[in-house]
Design a binder for this molecule. Structure first.
Ligand code: SF4
Length: 69
């Protein structure tokens, strides 16, 4: 099934993030660990709303990734 090209805004609550790197492992093109804080951040503020992105959101153990769109 073809995914729609809808664009999501990605917000990571860096206060709640525990730096587990699950999101980075699943979507290294969308998430990275900030070298100074050790917390995850979005590589870009927006990205296509893919299945992969939603899986990363669902996998976050502290539910600190929010997508809007
Ligand atoms: S999965 Fe959640 S807690 Fe783990 S690094 Fe990513 S944003 Fe942080």
């Amino acid at each position: 099934m073809k995914e729609t090209e809808q664009i999501c805004q990605i917000n990571v609550d860096s206060y709640s993030c525990n730096g587990c790197e699950s999101c980075v492992s699943l979507c290294p093109e969308l998430f990275r660990i900030n070298a100074s804080s050790g917390k995850a951040e979005a590589v870009n503020d927006t990205a296509p709303c893919t299945e992969e992105l939603h899986r990363a959101v669902a996998t976050c153990p502290v539910e600190c990734i929010e997508t809007i769109g």
